[in-house]
Design a protein around this ligand. Sequence first.
Ligand SMILES: [Zn+2]
Length: 286
Amino acid sequence: MVNRNQYEFVRLVGNERRVGSTLKSVSRHWQKNPRFLFVSPHDDDAIIGGGLTMLSLLKDKIPVHVAVVTDGAQGYCSMAEQDTISDVREKETFTSLKRLGVPQKNVHWMGFPDCQLGQYQGRRKATPTDNVNVKGYTGLQNSFTQLLRKVRPTQIFLPTSSDLHPDHRIVHAEMLISCFHAAGAIWPELGKPLSAVPYIHEMAVYCNFPTTPKLRIKAPMNALKKKIDAIAEFRSQKQIKSLIELIRRAGPVEYLRPVPFSLYNPHLYRDMFEELPHYGYDQMHR
Ligand SMILES: [Zn+2]
């Protein structure tokens, strides 16, 4: 029976069911000096998908960083806020994350134009009209590579690739390739390469996972209350009340899906193309 005041982690690895009270206790490849980065395409995504996970990590004194990719400029619910909503949402994000215990210095407001991420895939020389310019370049891969080399996370959490919002899908794809850029030697002006590609987990925000999750975090009820109070700080988002009701009903639980990299391994296909030895009846019954 689990103590209701404790966190419980369950990780499924093959037929094994690992249970523990910390993420470290159910992780075989725990790295020294862990640092975790939560990637939030929009201000509230990371808390919706991973607020309880963040709280459990902060309780264990693990540094938590949050990167908010878009500027939220398309999220106005009244015409009066049309030109000011981005600033409002930036302040709400700092307040919300502070409630969870993430200090403002660990919140990275990246400022890409909301709902226009399709125009910022990849990397190119920045022009005067680009909102984001890092070392003379713009594009998600440019900013993500610099962020990864600055924060140097051992693990990354980001919304699943199956979310309907194109911004979520684009962030997923661009962050995955940026992990390899950051660990490689290219673009030296963006910082010192990472020594290893970070482990990556997906969080569910609006849609189910593309395949089943392998990690479950059950949190104490007071952690769920903290998560809900933090989400309620996004006051400018008028639909937030119905979202909070959904989160309350889901209970103090989050599921995560590891993202495996299956890098090309030609040996996987070798046997398919070989002529198999033919066993006749006599050979089989010798
Ligand atoms: Zn979003």
